[in-house]
Write a protein that binds this ligand. Structure first.
Ligand SMILES: [Ca+2]
Ligand SMILES: [Ca+2]
Length: 371
């Protein structure tokens, strides 16, 4: 009896401890499965650290911007994702003009396997976000940039396997709608990887007025700046990778990526005089220069430029240029294919870029590997 009694006492103490612990926890994790726009709106608005929101298959038409200012934590993020392998589209057609579909001013959210389409303005905006992860998201056919990171305190965000295309700002004649914009802000540790940014009115990627280095890898930017909207005053710039602006001096890093068929330059400093690093990329058949680094101190290494309208590369005497296809003594490897059709294919299971031989060369030293 004595032994049982002491065990019960211990059990009571444990329960009391647990009770206190539960009382001290502000919110506990919950999985919320939603299948209506109203439920989706509510789930996002009410999510707290640890909440998992799973969205059932279908097309959702919210009537107000989906948004949150509630943080997850690094160990207990907030998750917004499709239910299982179901196909979920969140459509902005019922939003008031000028609206975004989804806005986070929050930290530690994981968002995956969702399409945001037909937004009146930008589709997704993450403002002053830390530690967010975006995986296999699509932002398509919106009225301004598809995906945007902005604001000071934009830190350690990863955008993986984004497809952003068909975005066009009609009122400003295509001057602004980029595939992905990391603009007007600062913060370290931001990564864009595995993105396809194409057929947008303005640029594929734009780092205008962002004062901290951003890293990009395994990303394709193509067909931007083409007037696909019969806009008689069309003003899209059409750069594949626009890597600066507004006086910021910052060393962005671009690895193993490609730009083709853009109306402007494939890769451009856009007046950023910082030590931008461009390594093992390919610029093919862009309207202007493959590489335009006329004022800065970029480091261009092992890049491949072919058939660009204004020429392979133009750069200042402060630029370091080594082992590129335009450098003396470097031969230009032949492309296995110049048929881009496979680059539009569905992504591989798991979200990687589709397999392609387009712009591959087999070279182990120069140009993008196209994967
Ligand atoms: Ca522009
Ligand atoms: Ca732009």
């Amino acid at each position: 009896m004595r032994r049982i009694k002491s065990s019960l006492t211990a059990l009571s103490l444990t329960a009391a401890s647990l009770g206190l612990a539960l009382t001290a926890t502000p919110a506990h994790a919950a999985t919320v499965v939603v299948s209506t726009s109203a439920a989706l709106t509510s789930a996002i608005a009410n999510a707290t650290a640890g909440t998992v929101i799973q969205v059932r298959a279908g097309t959702y038409y919210p009537t107000a911007t989906l948004q949150s200012t509630t943080n997850g934590t690094s160990s207990s993020p907030i998750t917004l994702t499709a239910y299982g392998s179901e196909t979920v589209k969140i459509d902005g057609s019922s939003l008031p003009s000028g609206s975004w579909i989804f806005k986070l001013t929050a930290d530690y959210w994981n968002v995956s396997n969702l399409t945001f389409q037909n937004s009146p303005d930008s589709a997704v905006v993450c403002q002053s976000c830390t530690g967010t992860n975006w995986n296999n998201v699509k932002t398509i056919n919106g009225g301004d940039s598809g995906f945007t990171l902005t604001g000071d305190g934009t830190v350690n965000n990863t955008v993986k396997n984004l497809d952003s295309y068909g975005n066009y700002d009609a009122a400003t004649h295509g001057e602004n709608a980029d595939g992905i914009a990391v603009k007007f802000g600062s913060g370290s540790g931001n990564l864009v990887t595995g993105a396809r940014l194409y057929n947008n009115a303005d640029d594929g990627i734009d780092f205008w007025s962002f004062s901290s280095p951003v890293t990009v890898e395994h990303t394709w930017s193509f067909g931007n700046g083409v007037n696909r909207w019969s806009d008689s005053a069309f003003a899209g710039d059409g750069n594949g990778f626009k890597l600066g602006g507004d006086g910021e001096v910052v060393g962005h890093v671009i690895n193993n990526s490609a730009a083709w068929g853009n109306t402007g330059n494939g890769f451009t400093e856009n007046s950023n005089t910082g030590a931008i690093v461009i390594n093992r990329t390919t610029a093919y058949a862009n309207g202007n220069w493959g590489y335009y680094f006329a004022t800065g101190s970029a480091q261009l290494g092992r890049n491949l430029a072919v058939s660009n309208g204004s020429g392979k590369a133009t750069y200042s005497s402060k630029v370091t240029s080594y082992m590129n296809s335009w450098d003396s003594g470097v031969s230009t490897p032949a492309f296995v294919s110049t048929d881009a059709s496979s680059t539009y294919n569905a992504r591989q299971s798991g979200g990687a870029l589709p397999a392609t031989t387009f712009l591959t060369t087999g070279s182990t030293t120069i140009g993008a590997t196209m994967n």
